[in-house]
Ligand binder design. Structure first.
Ligand code: HEM
Length: 179
């Protein structure tokens, strides 16, 4: 098992961080949508705590990945893409990092402006103020983020289907021509 990056694959640590982040992102959105719609009670409080803990963990992992991009050489851009597609490829990656900043900041701001701490078990859902700018920002930001995530996944799967083995870059060995 190769742990170092190669010209066509990320290193093992970067690959692992990618998949842990994916699980967190995919869980955070439905968790957020469900928890705000629940009646007050133990389940709602628990889900708020899990959502906040997962969101902060995702922010920390993303920071580590961002630092990693400067430390570990990234594999070359997958071949065979037109210039607009290459721009879209890089643009979506930048947005995946960039939009997470206001999303995390709005979540944090919502809690602090409501007089709560960032300690997940201490959250009191009913204390969160509803007419807050950060709350609206978080609501809109989370939907924008999901669109970017869907575009990212669709782009990767389309490339995998029609162009080459792009998933190999992040540790999924399905076989086929290298991307
Ligand atoms: C990728 C990261 C995140 C995603 C996709 C996400 C998604 C969501 C969604 C979909 C909602 C429900 C919005 C609504 O229907 O009103 C929500 C609510 C919430 N999120 Fe996040 N979230 C993320 C990160 C965070 C972080 C880092 C924090 C805090 C540190 C946080 C704190 C909250 C809180 C407190 C609410 C409840 C809002 C309310 O009660 O009105 N979220 N989130």
């Amino acid at each position: 098992m190769r742990s170092r990056p190669t010209p066509t694959t990320y290193g093992r640590l970067t690959q692992a961080l990618h998949w842990v982040s994916t699980v967190l992102i995919v869980a955070l959105f439905p968790l957020g949508m469900v928890m705000v719609r629940l009646a007050d009670g133990a389940l709602k409080t628990t889900l708020y705590g899990v959502h906040i803990a997962a969101g902060l963990l995702l922010a920390a992992l993303t920071l580590i990945r961002l630092v990693g991009r400067f430390v570990e050489p990234a594999p070359a851009t997958p071949g065979g893409m037109s210039r607009p597609r290459r721009i879209a490829f890089h643009g979506v990656h930048v947005l995946l990092y960039l939009v997470l900043v206001p999303l995390t900041a709005s979540g944090v701001a919502m809690l602090l402006a409501s007089g709560l701490s960032l300690w997940p078990p201490a959250v009191v859902p009913s204390a969160i103020l509803h007419d807050l700018g950060p709350r609206v920002g978080h609501d809109i930001g989370s939907k924008v983020y999901m669109v970017i995530v869907v575009v990212h996944i669709a782009g990767a799967l389309l490339y995998q289907r029609f162009k080459g083995d792009v998933l190999r870059r992040i540790g999924v060995a399905l076989g086929g021509a290298q991307g």
